[in-house]
Write a protein of this length. Sequence first.
Length: 153
Amino acid sequence: MDGPAGRPRQYDVVVPAGVADGERLRLAGRGEPGVHGGAAGDLLLEVHLAPHPRLRVSGRDVRVAVPVSPWEAALGAVVPVDLPGGDVQVDVPAGSPSGRRLRLPGLGLPNPRGAPGDLLAELHIVVPEPLTDSERALFVSLARESTFNPRTT
């Protein structure tokens, strides 16, 4: 928006917590001057959330991929998840498959008009690469002992 003499105007704006993507903020009296010396109009700003490399926003819910080791998925574990506000601990139930979504209520985006969204943690099993000799031996031993076949379940 241009100010006097066609120069751009700059405003410092406080965006309240909980403003959703696409929501509009009104700056009263900061718009164009009124007709025939009338009061200035309002300036409307549309908020858009910048993409994050690891987090996705869906409404007020926040989705995050959580890498887990095969033994954490099989045996269960508590794993830290790094979020902008600090780490949260995610309880991975024993026997969790890759792709399982865990809902952590209230840890999503704040909502000034109600309950906050949830954190949706999607588990992704990551196999160590490269395997050490002892890790390889353990996997070979497990393969010999196990009767599990994921293609027949």
